[in-house]
Design a protein around this ligand. Sequence first.
Ligand code: GDP
Length: 529
Amino acid sequence: MSFKDEIAKRRTFGIISHPDAGKTTLTEKLLLFGGAIQEAGAVKSNKIKKGATSDFMEIERQRGISVATSVLAFNYQDKKINILDTPGHKDFAEDTYRTLTAVDSVIVVIDVAKGVEEQTEKLVEVCRMRNIPMIVFINKLDREGKDAFDLLDEVEQKLKLKVTPLSFPIGMGYDFKGIYNIWEKNINLFTGDSRKDIEETIAFDDVNNPELDKIVGQKHADKLREELELVTEIYPSFDRDAYLKGALQPVFFGSALNNFGVRELLDCFIEIAPQPRPKESDTRLVQPDENKFSGFVFKIHANMDPKHRDRLAFIKIVSGTFERNKPYLHVRHNKNLKFSSPNAFFAEKKEIVDISYAGDIVGLHDTGNFKIGDTLTEGEVMAFKGIPSFSPEHFRYINNADPLKAKQLEKGIDQLMDEGVAQLFTLEMNGRKVIGTVGALQYEVIQYRLEHEYGAKCSYENFPAHKACWIKPDDEKNEEFAEFKRVKQKFLGKDKHGQLVFLADSEFSIQMTQQKYPSVKLFFTSDFQ
Ligand code: GDP
């Protein structure tokens, strides 16, 4: 098989949801179909349980699990599927945003009873901004939930999507009879038995066939006919190009726990989901089937063993093939690196491989060379775009609590920031360091890891910021910018890349600043260039 055929086989995607909607359960069922695991329970949930905030062992355990579930790969039919894990916990949202830069499509899981939840809204927004193709899976149909049309409305309104159902439920909860598959034109009857033969579907090209009444009862049959008519009236028919552009999202219904509607989802996914997509770099658009390798780091994971500080850098291969022991250019450092034991992922295991293809993820052992967003190539000098930092929501001064360990602290902070655990800002006025995070939990993670991995101690102090605004003046030299810098000097800092940031203390202060200094543009993510 040529390397181009190998690339065309790949389907790399992420599953996103609000915690508890059923992401882990769905992932597990998908792996069962791929024959990658033999039994339920093999996929570990990487959820941070409530109350675990102060339980450091729990955090460590989670880190272990999250290495194991970072990439779950399996073969299905003639495709190689890579599922990238995305933490659902909101304190790790930044990690999920970054992972979304490495997927070619996503499946959004929604709980039929809870509908669209907060975390789903945020994550879908990131996908929408990037035009990532999305399929929606409405889960837990074995439970009493919202009416299907109401849910479709909610998805359109809250998530600002344009949907078209490709399956439709017949009853729900106690009265759940099954699902009509609009895509395949058949009915799958719900028996509540997850071991049921997955092939047991009944073809129904025409729902007016009186057989339908016999199978699901007249009441349900009539209702389904009406509903399908409405579906045709209200929703556009499925159009693959629109889906691939992120302009139309097909919707499936099912119950992951009962393994119901999952095969239908997977079969449609295989047929419509995109193969590896081209990616923009600072110099050009890079096509997956180019001969030369290129890729970027989207995630860095610290080793679980605190005695060894080596880390695993996760690379998404954008083009060509990645080969073991071949020198590649680390663009930011302008130096060649070779990797003798690149890890590939299969099911929940990782193993050393000689060759991986565009669309795949490789894990590279790293002793501190990599930062999130770094580009590797076969020699070409370019950098992939699209791993922005978002404004943190919490800010604290970080202080050294053990004067003898200042070096260790500095190194620890530096490396944890490279991993993307949090963001560091250095104040212009006095050089003090401020750590910004998406969730309060990160402060404990940082403190714990600094102590256990670097032997350094830190303490925190409140810093009254509300948002980090990256700054771009229309003119570096004008009066207005000079005045802005003078008035706001207490609130100015530099981020890790030396970019100037205004740490505003309130929404009001942001508004006032925008009014008073219109030529100083404020941005809430770091990639505004
Ligand atoms: P995640 O947080 O999104 O990964 O959610 P999980 O997959 O861990 O599921 C959360 C809870 O919902 C678990 O108790 C699951 O057993 C349950 N669950 C998942 N899918 C279904 C389903 O289809 N029906 C029902 N009744 N429960 C489900």
